[in-house]
Write a new protein. Structure first.
Length: 281
């Protein structure tokens, strides 16, 4: 059995062959970045990090990284060939391009787009139109990150065993709370943020108030830090009471396998979830 097919067969829960292929491509990309020494410079965070290494039960599209120190001129280009070679070793041809920024931002982006594969994904019994659809992964790297976060190596077993440098869970949780408090997402509600928030609390993970404050101060969303967990809870209560959870459900539905899990979503429900949130100094 080919290595790629073995990887695909480990994703039976994916909603389509495109979802399974995207998740496999994410893992191959992480392996290629490891082989190129990328994790000497950066750490992995965000929803895909949670899904791959911590068991978050929703699909995630992007690969998000934070540099270990500020480096505004950082580029992904020196790592492109290692990524291309890693995919070629598994029979996948990819095209890598760097996104041209239209505004000044510390985020460097590139897109990894599947251009061809020697494998027919319909061997997994999935729809042919999904099997041959274009799959694209976006990389985002914060080149001027809020520092002071903790990292830990997490084991990736496929396509080969390696350790990926990841944010610690308290700091990941802090980044998620910062996103749901301050994310400017046009006029929509990013329900994925609230799904992740619910998962963190249900799983008993603590949030780092220190890293939350560092992020919010650096982004300009706060002028002075929250002095206590209670102060942040009050702000979160106000945020919850302002959210349209019907709109939040619509956003997250394409990324989960069990839509009925959202039936309970409402402001009173999330206030109850908040009351069980563990905030550490």
């Amino acid at each position: 059995m080919s290595a790629l097919l073995a990887m695909l067969q480990k994703h039976p829960g994916a909603q389509s062959s495109s979802s399974a292929l995207r998740e496999v491509m994410q893992e191959i990309a992480l392996a290629g970045l490891f082989r190129a020494g990328f994790f000497n410079h950066a750490a992995f965070y965000g929803g895909t990090c949670l899904r791959i290494f911590y068991g978050l039960p929703r699909f995630s599209e992007d690969l998000d990284f934070s540099l270990l120190r500020s480096e505004p001129g950082f580029s992904l280009q020196p790592f492109f060939q290692a990524l291309i070679d890693e995919f070629l070793a598994l029979g996948i041809s990819v095209d890598l391009t760097e996104k041209k920024k239209t505004a000044r931002t510390p985020i460097v982006s590139a897109f990894l787009k599947k251009t061809s594969s020697i494998y027919d994904i319909t061997l997994l019994g999935r729809a042919q139109n999904a099997a041959h659809s274009s799959v694209k992964i976006k990389f985002e790297i914060d080149t001027d990150p809020p520092l002071g976060y903790d990292t830990q190596p997490k084991l990736l077993l496929q396509p080969f065993s390696c350790y990926v440098n990841c944010f610690s869970l308290p700091d990941l949780f802090a980044g998620k709370v910062h996103a749901l408090m301050y994310r400017k997402w046009k006029q929509r509600v990013k329900g994925r943020d609230w799904f992740d928030f619910e998962w963190y609390v249900r799983s008993g993970h603590a949030m780092s108030l220190r890293h939350f404050n560092t992020r919010a101060l650096q982004s300009g969303d706060l002028e002075c830090p929250y002095p206590s967990a209670d102060a942040l809870r009050q702000a979160l209560q106000e945020k919850i009471n302002s959210v349209s959870f019907s709109a939040a459900k619509l956003d997250v539905l394409p990324f989960i396998e069990h839509p009925q899990a959202l039936d309970i979503w409402s402001a009173p429900y999330f206030l109850d979830v908040l009351s069980r949130m563990n905030i550490q100094p």
